[in-house]
Design a binder for this molecule. Sequence first.
Ligand code: PLP
Length: 395
Amino acid sequence: MAANEIMQMTEENVLHTYNRFPVVFEKGDGVRLYDTDGKEYLDFAAGIAVFSLGYNNKDYNDALKDQIDKLIHTSNLYYNVPLAEASRKLVESCGMSKAFFTNSGTEAIEGAIKAARKYAWLKDGSTDHEIIAMQHSFHGRSLGALSVTGNAGYQEPFKPLIGGVKFAEFNNLDSVKEQITEKTCAIILETVQGEGGIYPADPEFLQGIRAICDEKDILLILDEIQCGMGRTGSMWAWQAYGVQPDIMTCAKALGCGVPVGAFVLNEKTAKASLVPGDHGTTYGGNPLAMRAVSTVFDLYEKLDVTAHVNQVSAYLDKKLDELAAKYDFLTAHRGKGLMQGLVVEGRPVGEIVKKALENGLVVIVAGHDVLRMVPPLVITEKDVDEMVEKLEASF
Ligand SMILES: *Cc1c(COP(=O)(O)O)cnc(C)c1O
């Protein structure tokens, strides 16, 4: 089937909630994607921060094929081998206590909110607890996750949302303090804001929030769905700040392409929150997804992914600084590790992204004016040079 027929068939049958670029990707290898016409693309998006090991990794593919032949699904009524292994590796990676596996990031947020509310309810029995979230945050599209997403445009048509959510300004500790009441049960934020425009938390901000949470027994929920799994140079972005969340959410690169997420609780929260009957999912923790998670952790260790990110991101940082200095319409460069953004002013960033795609480079947008790069974590300096060349040609 020709590419235009595939696009047409898709538009005829799939609900139009995405304005798709006119490209049909067919296969991937390493940091490269190929469309149905055989055209090659250098991928600096990784399926939105998902495919961190690169495409077609043989060890990963072999593990999944092996699992498919063994067992794809049973249910949470029974134990399975990959769940035992994946949960141990995830919990060990963050030094927390208990994980609950979901099928997406959004569901991880839902679970985190429920765990926080249950913890608070067990303490005082009241049912009007409040959560503080951040402006310009993104936590997902279901009603609970949308309720803590600081984007009025996303929220408005779907009101009423869940109650008791207040918004504070990211990286402004006073603004958070102003929202705290005796009803506050949790503060939720991304350690590095992704969709909102690539804003890393300031160390004083995150440490300040941790201190307030400790003082008042408020739970700190860190959303590491995009910035976690080595993307910023440590396995979890918060590990570079010297703070630990009470609840962490993860997804995206956790399964490197197999849909999976998780929320992880520290001991205090795990001991006094969700119990049998409180929460569940049919697919969550299924053997195929868990084999993916388990294999991803093994391969991160084997490839020393975080060390590689620290090395190659220093080079990417330098190259993006150079670009920001060279072009007037690039007014800022922000980011951490391999989660980077260039702020574009006076030109539609979407047009640059489209032009880049024509030139064989996949990059994406964050916010309304940020050119976002979240490449596979296995990129090399040579790939960075090629990206710069293709991006400049697209300006
Ligand atoms: C992508 C994302 C989500 C939502 O995850 P889905 O898997 O799309 O449901 C939540 N929070 C952050 C920070 C994200 O980047």
